[in-house]
Design a protein. Structure first.
Length: 464
């Protein structure tokens, strides 16, 4: 069942129940008041009838003593012309009928439940006869030595007819009001729940892979907040999907580059090994082939280690940060790079003034080694590399070839190399800066690249 239908059913059921209770209360109050009014009027009428009857009997008694007997009383009752008057002469347990304008018998009257009427000595009961409603009044009259029982029937059917009309009106009003409320709720809920319908449509679009659509936020209530949150969710999903797509593209490119990088040394190793097995070479050529196989094997080993570092650093495990002095970091990096620097005739100057940084000593040493090694590859014999520390930054500066402006962003990509022939000759694979970028990200450190072609490059590591 849809939400709108549930709301309409709940509201209409509540309203219908409330109207029904109110109608029942109104009906009972009006019925009670109407019956009380009818009872008061009928009591006045019966008093008038009995007063006239007693006056007539008293008049006849004053004219002649013991003048009123049963026949005279019967004559008087007929002269009264009261169609709903019944009289019985009380003789033992049974009564003798004196006057009866109905087909009812004394037992029919005696079967009713009577209640006293104020202090008049009369009793009253309600009776239904021939689809009509009556008030029946019971009174006793002593005429001479005889005792008579009188029943007066007051027709109050008009009260019940009015109550039927009132009941029909209340039922009609209840039905009409409920229908109007249902119609009003239907229109209002269509407007109120329209944003939810848009949200539902938006969710369907996202489920189909369409992430560009957004919900127009036109309200400031809870539904407006939900629409805004939905838009933020859609934006986050879109960004996440875009990021996953980019990562997938990078992973595909990464694997392609890895395959290419592995193919070159493996082809060379396979070729030289086949030559050694099938061709008799001079000792000098044989030594040269074995040397090349060894160098390429070493390059494969270095490549595998760098690949392992790159994969491990991409995980989310915690790294151990500790306060490490710049002097210790510089010393470790210098010792690791000094052999190749001396071999290429390049000097390394270190400048620090007691600074320290919260880093993982091993990982950050790897960063400095990679940056110094790249600076070495970009420099020529006789150049100098400067490694310096400031309050919240470390800088590696060289005076080599520099980096073209369009290459600055790409040099952090795995396997990307500006001078591919030079890098491969020097044993590079384009993974050093990629590993450096990941390590810096784990340290919340930003790398700023400033380079001018022919003048050199400054790699500034800024701690946040």
């Amino acid at each position: 069942m849809r939400l709108k239908t549930k709301i309409i059913l709940i509201c209409c059921s509540s309203i219908l129940f409330s109207l029904a209770v109110c109608s029942i209360v109104i009906y009972n109050l009006v019925k009670k008041n109407s019956l009380d009014a009818a009872e008061g009027q009928s009591f006045k009428n019966v008093l008038t009838v009995f007063s006239k009857l007693e006056d007539r009997i008293d008049t006849l008694n004053n004219r002649k003593e013991n003048a009123v007997d049963r026949k005279v009383l019967q004559y008087i009752l007929k002269q009264q012309k009261d169609e709903m008057l019944v009289c019985f002469y009380q003789a033992g347990e049974e009564g003798v009928e004196i006057f009866n304008c109905t087909v009812l018998e004394q037992k029919d009257f005696e079967a009713l439940e009577y209640n006293p009427v104020s202090d008049s000595g009369m009793e009253m009961a309600q009776m239904q006869w021939e689809n009509r409603h009556f008030f029946v009044y019971l009174d006793y009259l002593q005429v001479g030595d005889d005792k008579y029982i009188f029943y007066w029937m007051e027709d109050v059917t008009y009260v019940w007819e009015r109550m039927q009309g009132l009941a029909f009106l209340l039922i009609l009003l209840t039905v009409v009001i409920t229908m109007l409320v249902c119609f009003f709720l239907f229109i209002v809920l269509n407007k109120v729940l329209m944003p939810l319908k848009k949200l539902n449509d938006g969710a369907k679009q996202i489920a189909k892979g369409q992430y560009d659509d957004r919900i127009a936020v036109e309200r400031k209530d809870e539904i407006g907040e939900l629409s805004d949150n939905f838009n933020q969710m859609a934006e986050a999903v879109q960004l996440r999907i875009r990021k996953l797509s980019e990562e997938e593209e990078k992973r595909t490119l990464f694997m392609g580059n890895l395959t290419h990088e592995l193919k070159t040394p493996m082809t060379a190793i396979s070729g030289y090994a086949k030559t050694l097995l099938t061709v008799k070479l001079p000792e000098e050529d044989k030594e040269e082939a074995l040397t090349y196989i060894y160098e390429e094997s070493c390059r494969l080993e270095r490549l595998s280690k760098k690949m392992m570092n790159l994969l491990l650093l991409s995980e989310d495990e915690e790294i151990n940060l500790a306060e490490v002095s710049a002097e210790a970091l510089f010393r470790n990096a210098r010792e690791a790079c000094m052999g190749k620097l001396l071999e290429d005739g390049i000097c390394l100057e270190c400048h620090e003034d007691g600074e320290s940084f919260f880093v993982d000593a091993d990982l950050f040493t790897e960063v400095l080694i990679n940056l110094i090694d790249n600076a070495r590859k970009a420099s020529t014999k006789g150049d100098c590399i400067i490694l310096s520390a400031a309050e919240n930054s470390i800088e590696v500066r060289d005076f080599g070839k520099g980096i073209p402006e369009e290459e600055k962003e790409r040099i952090l990509e795995p396997f990307y190399m500006i001078d591919k022939s030079r890098s491969r000759k020097s044993g590079g694979a384009g993974l050093g800066l990629a590993i450096t970028a990941i390590i810096l990200k784990r340290h919340h450190c930003r790398m700023q690249i400033e380079s001018v072609l022919g003048e050199g490059t400054r790699m500034i590591l800024q701690f946040v």
